[in-house]
Design a protein around this ligand. Structure first.
Ligand code: AHR
Length: 513
């Protein structure tokens, strides 16, 4: 191993003008090369692979995103202003709502009409507390419009009926003239909501009703019979897939469809669980959580293969509409902030980036992925308390992945990879984007990114890193873990950067034509 001092003394180093801040790190430096092959294309990175999920759970909606128009907390029509600004800046492509488990006990009519007349209902799954339904379908669509996201509604199969879901679809999408569409107009929305994505229940193998795959297939056939295209929006039906890589569920569901219409989307859920409390991870805990991401990638490949047996033309889009880190909850924290609240640390930011890299690498097999969840729950982008709101390391992992959207994923391979670097790369015209996740606490890495056959005209790099794996953005120190621009030098077909330990780095390069 070269130390940084030896390395410079050897006189082989490119001169870095803005060396990565080294406070808290050792001087060690090792070398690694990755090769990016612009001609070796994988598939389009649909922006929807960077989707999100917001459930009526803990303080995700109430108190998090939604504070109400009368709140002293700065808000836009009742939506927390800081959250709207942060999410709009991130450009959330699609937002799934209202659950999760909550979806299969949600009745949409409870959330329309004058707020003061809406019923008070008990949230069965997440603590049996009472919700006033001040956040309903109109508020959800308004939020999507404010942040620029496409709405994705998860319908109620568990305690709902085909009629209830078909009425919800008509209320949202029928242009005008029917009683339901006119009711939408009376409630302040003359234009149809044009909701494209419709989930046919959630986790039907568990909280959605404890069904078997073939029982669910029967429900699926029945519900979708009554959900036609209304107005000019063709619905995209999303069927509930397995938890992780459960093959039995997938086989029995697809067999149970009995050759009737295949779903447009089929969604698996894959959480990266840990037995450790978010802020008290050891290196071992961290490595154990990171080790779940290869399983996620294997599960995507395996599930895709299972679906293809029933769908040789690959018309069904595979999705992962719940994913992210799920650490050990602390009861006192859940009491203070709501169910499934956990701190999001540097380590969680790296986990999130490992997931995003998997999705980019498997871009040809996936049409949508939604991180769980947007605010104050699990792998949250934002954490709030009173009038305060911070962007988490997970938010910044998404920000660093943003330049990949709409580009074509291409293969990128670390050469020896003893350091277990995770990479993803994409290209559009002459713009190349490479994200490298260094999951190790070890030394800095002098990383050469080689692009054979392409001269690199210029490159810049931004990196999220911190010497402490448990570091996080607190309300008093909200910028503890934020991306920094780091130096990137180019020579011929090679970009060179210094990759910090435990980091997420995105290089944006311009190739010569
Ligand atoms: O995201 C939290 C919960 O996890 C969801 O409600 C459910 O679908 C999953 O089990």
């Amino acid at each position: 191993m070269n130390t940084r001092r030896n390395f410079v003394a050897l006189g082989t180093a490119t001169l870095f003008t803005a060396l990565t801040p080294r406070k808290g790190f050792t001087d060690d430096l090792v070398e690694e090369t990755i090769q990016v092959s612009p001609e070796d294309t994988i598939g389009l990175i649909h922006p929807e692979l960077h989707g999100q999920f917001a459930e009526h759970l803990g303080s995700c909606i109430y108190g998090g995103l939604w504070v109400g128009p009368a709140s002293p907390i700065p808000n836009v029509n009742g939506f927390r202003k800081q959250a709207v600004e942060a999410l709009r800046a991130l450009g959330v492509p699609v937002l799934r709502w209202p659950g999760g488990c909550f979806a299969d006990d949600y009745h949409w009519r409870d959330g329309i009409g004058p707020s003061e007349r809406r019923p008070k209902t008990v949230n069965l799954h997440w603590g049996a507390y009472v919700e006033d339904n001040s956040f309903g379908t109109h508020e959800f669509v308004d939020l999507c419009r404010l942040i620029g996201a496409q709405p994705y509604i998860a319908g109620n199969v568990g305690t709902g009926s085909p009629r209830e879901m078909r009425d919800w679809l008509e209320y949202c999408n029928y242009p005008a003239g029917s009683t339901l569409s006119d009711e939408r107009l009376q409630n302040g929305a003359p234009d149809p909501f044009k909701v494209k994505y419709w989930g046919i229940g959630n986790e039907l193998w568990g909280c959605g009703g404890n069904l078997s795959g073939d029982e669910y297939a029967e429900r699926y056939r029945n519900f979708t019979t009554f959900l036609p295209k209304l107005g000019d929006t063709q619905p995209f039906y999303i069927a509930c897939g397995p938890s992780k890589d459960n093959a039995d569920w997938t086989q029995s569901y697809f067999a149970g469809l009995k050759s009737k219409r295949l779903p447009d989307g089929y969604t698996m859920h894959f959480y990266s669980n840990s037995k450790a409390v978010a802020t008290r991870f050891t290196e071992e805990d961290m490595n154990a959580q990171f080790a779940t991401f290869p399983h996620l990638e294997e599960a995507i490949l395996h599930q895709r293969g299972l679906i293809d047996r029933f769908d040789p033309q690959k018309k069904v889009g595979l999705m992962v509409d719940e994913w992210g880190v799920w650490d050990k909850m602390v009861p006192e924290e859940e009491k203070a902030h709501g169910r499934l609240w956990q701190e999001i640390t540097m380590r969680a930011g790296v986990s999130t980036a490992l997931g995003l890299n998997v999705f980019h690498r498997q871009a040809d097999k996936l049409v949508m992925c939604n991180v769980a969840q947007m605010v104050n729950v699990l792998d949250a982008m934002l954490l709030t308390e009173g009038d305060k709101c911070v962007r988490t390391p997970a938010y910044y992992a998404f920000e660093l992945a943003k330049p990949h959207r709409g580009k074509t994923a291409v293969r990128a391979t670390p050469q020896a990879n003893p350091l277990a670097l995770s990479t993803s790369a994409s290209i559009k015209d002459t713009s190349l984007v490479v994200t490298v996740v260094n999951p190790k606490l070890g030394p800095f890495i002098r990383l050469r990114c080689h692009v054979p056959g392409s001269k690199v005209r210029r490159a810049n790099a931004n990196s999220l890193f911190h010497a402490d794996l448990n570091a996080c953005n607190t309300f008093n120190a909200p910028d503890t873990v934020v991306p920094h621009e780091i130096s990137a030098s180019t020579r011929g077909e090679t970009i060179t950067i210094e990759l910090p330990p435990l980091s997420v780095t995105t290089i944006e390069a311009e190739l010569a034509v």
